[in-house]
Design a protein around this ligand. Structure first.
Ligand code: MG
Length: 377
């Protein structure tokens, strides 16, 4: 069985407001069109891919799609014209396809399940239109007032891919007249062949239309650790900006806030930035006795400048003494305030080392910290 995929990619994408065709836009390092073509290229049921491209985009598209085995058809002034050109190209092959799947270039998140369901449905019914049932109440309106309600059970929104038996679709496209205005292929098939069959689409199979549709959330984790040794007699140590009674202080150039230091490294690491030694060197007199909570605020500012926000942080403090439990609530509050997150998003655990090693002998404190950042690209 011979199944081709047609991907009309000749639109301007003007509603997204980019300077060039929106499908050349990158999402998470890969262009929209490369993601879309890749979905069909990796489906074993598809034997040929045709991309409809404008002359102006041809070079960019050829570069983006270099890894894929495909051919180009000329883009037309309308989507209908582009598809017609692609169908003509396929019809002229020595062995035209039995079926064709037509898919919007700007739907890069189409799943293999949807493509497979389209193939199964078109083989059974001769047509297969990807559709979602309408879940909101739908009405007809005129001049801003509701004129009629519509039975929701009968309402669907259409997605792509749309699959059709090749020969009748090709013939139907030959019958299109100037007065016809189709926004998709199901309209052509319905008018000139027969009402096409629906199959279930997916919510995630969105069409990228406006600039905000191209902004993808990404998440990044980071890990950090720090250790400070106990030194001279003192009356406190500082953890998370809280003064905690202790017979000995921690040896440090700064205030020795080992928890803030581990957290800063976790945050910087998640953002792919250099560690705190780079940003706040302990050879710099500016950081003598520095308030580490204030340095944490500066790290937060560095992340903000780069478009990151903090989702949550968690830290495990390993210390034989002093007793930390009574101070944890205040530590969480301090860190939450500085990182602009709720206290529920700050996890702090504290434990001893069961008398083992340098921690067990009460020679120092070690903290392991973890951070999750969110950004929109
Ligand atoms: Mg340190």
């Amino acid at each position: 069985m011979n199944i081709a995929a047609i991907i009309p990619a000749a639109g301007s994408g003007s509603r997204a407001g980019f300077s060039k065709n929106k499908i050349l836009q990158k999402i998470g390092g890969s262009s929209v069109i490369a993601r879309t073509v890749s979905a069909f290229a990796q489906n074993a049921g598809i034997s040929r891919i045709v991309v409809c491209a404008n002359e102006a985009d041809r070079k960019d598209l050829a570069r983006e799609l270099a890894p894929f085995d495909l051919c180009f058809a000329s883009g037309g002034a309308t989507r209908t014209e582009s598809v017609k050109n692609a169908l003509g190209l396929l019809a002229a092959l020595p062995c035209p396809p039995d079926y064709v799947l037509i898919h919007d270039a700007a739907r890069p998140f189409v799943s293999q399940k949807v493509i497979n369901d389209c193939i199964d449905t078109v083989r059974q019914f001769g047509s297969a239109v990807c559709a979602l049932p309408c879940t909101d109440t739908a009405v007809l309106a005129e001049s801003g007032f509701i004129s009629d309600t519509v039975e929701r059970d009968k309402l669907f929104t259409l997605q792509t891919p749309q699959g059709f038996a090749f020969a009748p679709l090709y013939e139907a496209y030959g019958k299109i007249t100037e007065s016809d205005a189709f926004t998709d292929d199901s309209g052509v098939y319905k008018k000139y062949v027969t009402p096409p069959r629906l199959f279930a689409g997916e919510k995630g199979n969105i069409k990228l239309t406006f600039a905000e549709d191209f902004q993808m959330e990404t998440y990044r984790t980071g890990i950090g650790t720090d250790t400070h040794a106990f030194g001279a007699e003192k009356d406190h140590i500082v953890l998370g900006g809280v003064k905690i009674p202790s017979q000995r202080g921690l040896i440090a150039h700064s205030d020795g806030d080992v928890l803030c230091h581990a957290l800063m490294d976790a945050l910087l690491s998640a953002a792919g930035l250099a560690d705190i030694g780079h940003h706040f060197p302990d050879t710099d007199p500016a950081y003598k006795d520095a308030d580490s909570l204030a340095l944490l605020a500066r790290v937060y500012a560095l992340l903000q400048e780069r478009g990151f926000s903090v989702v949550n942080v968690s830290a495990a403090i390993s210390a034989e003494r002093p007793k930390l439990a009574p101070y944890i609530a205040q530590v969480k509050k301090n860190l939450a305030d500085v990182l602009h997150i709720s206290e529920q998003c700050v996890g702090i655990s504290a434990g001893t080392n069961e008398g083992l090693g340098y921690i067990g002998r009460g020679e120092g404190i070690t903290v392991f910290a973890n951070a999750l950042l969110r950004s929109v690209f």
